[in-house]
Design a protein around this ligand. Structure first.
Ligand SMILES: Nc1nc2c(c(=O)[nH]1)N[C@H]1C(S)=C(S)[C@@H](COP(=O)(O)OP(=O)(O)OC[C@H]3O[C@@H](n4cnc5c(=O)[nH]c(N)nc54)[C@H](O)[C@@H]3O)O[C@H]1N2
Ligand SMILES: Nc1nc2c(c(=O)[nH]1)N[C@H]1C(S)=C(S)[C@@H](COP(=O)(O)OP(=O)(O)OC[C@H]3O[C@@H](n4cnc5c(=O)[nH]c(N)nc54)[C@H](O)[C@@H]3O)O[C@H]1N2
Ligand code: SF4
Ligand SMILES: [Mo]
Length: 647
């Protein structure tokens, strides 16, 4: 007899939308995932990356058994072993490292491969319990986090955005990276004719749908913001009472932007002076306006200047007074995600390592890291200066464990690889970074092969490492329950699927007037070649899905976008194979000559894997070991030469 049922779950990926889905199970096999129709953000649709998520679970190259390295690090040669062998050898090596070097020689490394609280944080219980290293920092949005820590509000309920009258999409490719947010923009346009302006060096699919596209020179955004503030102050358009209630240094800020006349701004940004003036007037006159900013413009050594100047602009306009107005980069449901990792289990102070600087941590710190466990991150592909990361991972005296779904570039460097469950096979609770809903993920099927959830891996390793607190015995559901706020039970969440947990709306007009608007240098690093931008691709999520046949086919081969003026100067032609290089390395791609990118910059979309070799356009082999003051890796401060490949 055949059986069919549906299971309420959600997408685990690092995306602002955190969609709720319904998994359809026929005879024990997931046949499709569908966006939950009643979810206020998802509204029945997933995205081009995830709408066949079950293909990831059932992929023929999925890791289903523990593996031990049987060739040189990075070679990808492994042999199958049992779970007992894998767990015993991890415990043995970690214990030996602690005995010889202390727990500070053990490094966990994770990011947002899954945003589920169990998959993300359960293994941290082991590292906390051992008193090993903990992590700080971000690979993404670190500048925003730094400003938020200073007290700048950086988001509000995005559903309010339907009430906005004027929307600036500032360095965000919404239709690719968080398309559910576009629904609110569409509504604002339909309801009251909101005007939508996109500021991006590229004419993206999002820019093409806006009322106006301002093709700015990359890295010059803080200058444009200073120019807009200059015009607002000079023409008496600023809400000075509001700005005074929030800023500690309004006079310094006024002095700083006085120098940025529209003409000077126009020259620095590669746009018209009249555009600067008009943008400032429109932004000041709208009630309310929102600055909806993305991640790429933060990815420079001046990342904080970008975020700070946008925050100042939103305050100067007084836009926070109205629903639908202010600055939006990030917002999240109010729950305690980090409770799942139990930092209270630490026996004493822990060494803290910047998670965005793994290359440094593995090649240049004293005392050195001797043991590493990586989960939910593919650092050999996504961290800056990944050649350095790979040199670190290749160290013979480093013992590395990687938890993964696939044999990624990072997993190839592991001594032991542990096969992790996918979202269809485990229980989890997932937050969001672009809305206020907390969403449950019920398992649709039993784990395939010998795969295990991260909670299970934690429970199996703990006794072998001599850890015996009750926290190491908690089930995945118990681990997740620790993150819920008072008044919300796991049972309710499982029944309803999701729960809106809005934090209070920021009200900066209440003061105190402590925020700093001035001080950052808005000028970009001087160019040393063509500036290489490496934004998100439509069909991959960072490096995830770059191995999946459907997504690869849809994305096509790696392409370098270049303006016709630059191609002309370099004597390069559309469709040609080119080498993109600097002192750190060289990668290859097909040239696409097009005015969809400003002159002086080139774009390489997508985080590709080193296999297969024909598509191994590893952008981070070119990016520098450089960070902003707030710790943001400066992916976009990369300068390259481009030449034809002749042989
Ligand atoms: N399809 C897809 N969706 C994703 C992801 C993905 O990989 N693929 N990744 C997820 C993650 S981790 C994140 S952080 C978000 C990021 O989402 P977004 O912020 O939308 O993405 P980015 O690619 O970082 O950059 C957005 C835009 O900024 C532009 N840009 C680059 N440099 C500059 C500059 O100096 N000034 C200005 N004004 N614009 C600039 C780029 O051309 C790009 O179009 O997306 C998430 N969603
Ligand atoms: N040049 C350049 N570099 C960038 C960026 C850029 O724009 N340009 N963007 C940066 C940004 S914004 C971000 S957020 C980072 C993203 O960097 P990462 O967080 O490393 O993102 P992914 O590349 O998607 O890799 C996540 C890995 O986690 C694995 N994974 C998924 N779910 C699970 C699970 O449940 N268990 C385990 N064990 N593994 C799982 C996936 O298979 C995948 O290999 O990249 C950064 N790097
Ligand atoms: S990646 Fe984003 S848009 Fe796509 S299904 Fe997941 S949460 Fe939704
Ligand atoms: Mo990100």
């Amino acid at each position: 007899m055949s059986t069919s049922n549906t299971v309420k779950g959600c997408c685990p990926l690092d995306c602002q939308d955190t969609c709720a889905w319904v998994a359809h199970v026929d005879d024990g096999r997931v046949t499709k995932v569908q966006g939950a129709a009643e979810h206020p953000i998802t509204r029945g649709v997933l995205c081009a990356k995830v709408n066949d998520y079950q293909a990831r679970t059932y992929a023929p190259d999925r890791l289903l058994h523990p593996l031990r390295r049987s060739g040189p690090k990075g070679s990808g040669n492994f042999e199958r072993i049992t779970w007992d062998e894998a767990l015993d050898s991890i415990a043995e090596r970690f214990t030996a490292i602690i005995d010889e070097h202390g727990p500070g020689a053990l490094l966990p490394m994770f990011y947002l491969g899954s945003m589920g609280v169990v998959q993300r944080h359960a293994p941290m219980r082991l590292f906390n319990g051992l008193g090993a290293c903990r992590l700080h920092g971000e690979v993404c949005g670190a500048s925003m986090s730094a400003l938020y820590a200073e007290g700048h509000p950086v988001g509000f309920d995005p559903e309010e955005m339907a009430q906005s009258r004027y929307i600036i999409l500032w360095g965000i490719n919404m239709l690719s990276t968080c398309h559910h947010h576009w629904q609110f923009i569409k509504e604002a346009r339909e309801r009251h004719g909101a005007r939508v302006v996109c500021i991006d060096p590229r004419r993206t699919r999002t820019a093409a749908q806006c009322d106006e596209h301002i093709a700015i020179r990359p890295g010059s955004d803080a200058i444009l913001a200073a120019g807009m503030a200059h015009v607002m102050l000079a023409e008496g358009l600023a809400d000075l009472d509001f700005a005074r209630a929030t800023a500690a240094d309004l006079d310094d800020f006024s002095g700083q932007v006085a120098a940025w006349t529209p003409e000077r701004v126009a020259q620095a940004c590669g746009i018209g002076a009249q555009t600067v003036v008009r943008l400032a007037r429109e932004f000041a006159a709208a009630r309310p306006a929102v600055l909806r900013a993305g991640v790429a413009p933060q990815q420079t050594v001046r990342g904080e200047a970008f975020v700070r100047s946008l925050s100042a602009l939103a305050m100067l306009g007084g836009h926070w007074k109205h629903r639908g107005g202010g600055l939006f980069i990030f917002d999240a449901p109010a729950f305690d995600e980090f409770a799942a990792g139990r930092s209270d289990l630490a026996p004493g102070p822990q060494r803290s390592i910047d998670l965005s600087a793994l290359g440094q941590a593995l090649t240049d710190i004293d005392p050195p890291i001797k043991g590493l466990m990586v989960w939910c991150m593919n650092p050999a592909v996504i961290q800056v200066d990944s050649g350095r990361v790979r040199r670190g991972l290749a160290r013979e005296d480093l013992f590395t464990v990687v938890l993964e779904h696939f044999m990624t570039d990072t997993a190839r460097y592991a001594d032991i690889v542990l096969p992790a469950t996918t979202q269809l096979e485990h229980f989890d609770v997932v937050g969001a970074w672009g809305h206020h809903y907390l969403t449950v993920n019920n398992p649709a099927i039993a784990p395939l092969g010998e795969t295990k959830s991260h909670g299970e891996i934690m429970r199996l390793l703990a006794p072998r490492l001599g850890l015996d607190h009750a926290a190491f015995n908690e089930s995945d559901e118990e681990i997740a329950a620790a993150t819920l706020p008072d008044g919300l039970s796991l049972g309710d969440l499982k029944r309803d699927g999701w729960k809106k947990l809005s934090p209070p709306r920021p009200d900066p007009s209440q003061g105190p007037a402590v925020l700093r608007f001035a001080g950052d240098d808005p000028t970009p690093l001087p160019t040393g070649g063509l500036r290489l931008l490496t934004p998100k691709s439509h069909y991959f999520l960072n490096s995830s899905f770059a191995n999946m046949p459907r997504q690869r086919k849809a994305q096509g081969a790696p392409v370098l976008e270049m303006h016709p003026d630059d191609a002309g100067c370099l004597g390069l032609e559309n469709g040609q194979l080119v080498a993109i290089s600097n002192q750190r390395g060289e990668v290859r791609a097909n040239l696409q000559v097009s005015d969809t990118i400003v002159a002086g910059a080139v774009t390489l979309v997508g985080k590709w894997w080193s296999e297969p070799a024909e598509t191994a356009a590893l952008a981070n082999m070119l990016t520098p070991s450089l960070w902003s003051a707030g710790g943001q890796p400066a992916y976009n401060d990369t300068f390259v030469s481009v030449e034809a490949v002749t042989a």
